[in-house]
Design a binder for this molecule. Structure first.
Ligand code: NAP
Ligand code: HSE
Length: 424
């Protein structure tokens, strides 16, 4: 490849693929040889007259005149087979596909190593933020203890728009989709699967062992209402969707994804819109925070084309691929059960407005060792239901769940509206 253009097969020409094609037009070291789409008759935002378009993804994996596959289609089928075939044929991979890397990264990295090629995935986590390269290279001198932050642009955009502009959940989601931030199936964003894949990748790089994505506790933002956002603000918090991975003394890793109350003085509270922000705690460096656009056409394309330029430089060196191989062991590291985690909690309950309700709640919490910080009744609705909001002190999740099981069985309880953990 020395002395000639690097030939690219681009799988996907949606939000990210269009950004990649746009940025590559200014990169003379690369030639976009073939583009794969699902529907070649779909109108596109860029002029495709000088490109070869196909609907068969496998053609780029087997084309001997392609050096690198840029995979920005998403999902597992057919991408996994295409990537495997391409690697076996000696092609390098640059991908934005967090699900692919979270589910099959270990296997694909080993296959890449065996075939002396590299797999780059900077765009898979944190959009335009150089997060993967920071973990893989910039922080190599550290033992990483914790990685935590806002890892999904769509949900952060929705929560920000609901809070600041009073938009409804659906209207904010529609805006995020129109801007190209959301996944093809936006429930991946809203229900937290997107963050599960991302935190699984960060965890595997930070702790050098993969986690089983199915073992990661996940709560989405679908249950968060504008009332919760307002109440949280009254208590001095903002609600943020957080992914977190932390070493535990017993060798397991606490990895989870859920919305959290973030104190308004905390730096994550000020991260708005499509932006992401990630804290990394390292043994030598202390705490590092990286932030920037977590999704969107050009920020994501920036990460992909950055990977391509890294690859182009590395191609000048002999046996460079091993340098980019993430040092991840093959054995999966256990994820500690959510029941064992400790947090303070926000609980919104709907109850009948009858005498003794608050006393009975206090009794149920007390019986399970849950100490309350505050109890607030937020008015009574026309149908006689009352909204009661409780903040607890720090308590083990198992105790909280036992108390909530007792509370849901109380005759005055209509429903447990929302339970949120607090970041501090
Ligand atoms: P998108 O807008 O839905 O585009 C997907 C593209 O892939 C489309 O061009 C589609 O073809 C093509 N495609 C899908 N399945 C295909 C198949 N079986 N055969 C051929 N072509 C296929 O998605 P996106 O937002 O660009 O996201 C792409 C990937 O990047 C995903 O893994 C996503 O998680 C990741 N990512 C996205 C962002 C973001 O801000 N959007 C940021 C970081 C990472 P048609 O155009 O013909 O339908
Ligand atoms: N849907 C993802 C998000 C794209 O909103 O963060 C970036 O990975």
């Amino acid at each position: 490849m020395v002395g000639r253009k690097i030939r690219i097969g681009l799988l996907g020409l949606g939000t990210v693929g269009t950004g990649v094609a746009t940025l590559l037009a200014d990169q003379p070291a690369f030639a976009l040889r073939r583009i794969v789409v699902r529907d070649r008759n779909k109108p596109r935002e860029i002029d495709l007259s000088s490109y070869e378009l196909t609907e068969d993804p496998m053609t780029i994996a087997v084309d001997p005149e392609i050096d690198v596959i840029v995979e920005v289609a998403g999902g597992i089928d057919p991408v996994y087979e295409v990537v495997k075939t391409a690697v076996q044929r000696g092609k390098h991979i640059v991908t934005a596909n967090k699900e692919l890397i979270a589910r099959h990264g270990s296997e694909l990295f080993a296959l890449a190593q065996a075939n002396n090629v590299a797999i780059f995935f900077e765009a898979a986590v944190g959009g335009g933020i150089p997060l993967i390269s920071t973990l893989q290279r910039g922080l190599q001198a550290n033992r990483i203890e914790r990685v935590a932050g806002i890892l999904n642009g769509t949900t952060n955009y929705i929560l920000t728009k609901m809070e600041i502009e009073g938009l409804s959940f659906d209207a904010a989601l529609k805006e995020a989709q129109d801007a190209g931030y959301a996944e093809a199936d936006p429930s991946d964003d809203i229900e937290g699967r997107d963050v599960v894949y991302k935190i699984a990748i960060l965890s595997s790089l930070a702790f050098q062992a993969p986690v089983n994505v199915e073992a990661i506790y996940r709560q989405g933002i679908g249950g968060v209402t504008d009332l919760d956002i307002r109440l949280a603000a009254d208590f001095g918090y903002r609600i943020k969707m957080i992914g977190l991975a932390e070493r535990r003394a017993d060798g397991a890793i606490d990895v989870r994804v859920h919305p959290m109350l973030v104190p308004e003085h905390h730096p994550l509270a000020g991260v708005e819109g499509v932006n992401n922000a990630i804290f990394i705690s390292g043994s030598a460096v202390g705490e590092v925070m990286l932030s920037g656009p977590g999704a969107g056409r050009l920020p994501t394309a920036s990460a992909i084309v950055g990977d391509l330029i890294n690859l182009a430089s590395a191609l000048q060196l002999p046996d460079f691929a091993a340098y980019f191989h993430p040092p991840i062991r093959s054995e999966v590291v256990p994820v500690s059960p959510i029941d064992d985690t400790i947090s303070s909690y926000y609980i919104r309950l709907e109850t009948l407005d009858t005498p003794g309700v608050i006393g009975n709640l206090g009794h149920a919490f007390g019986a399970h060792g849950v100490s309350l910080h505050s109890v607030t009744q937020k008015g009574v609705r026309a149908d006689g239901a009352a909204t009661i909001v409780l903040l607890t002190h720090r308590v083990r999740e198992r105790n909280l769940q036992s108390a909530l099981a007792d509370i849901i069985a109380q005759p005055a309880t209509l429903q447990i509206g929302l339970v949120l953990r607090s970041l501090e």
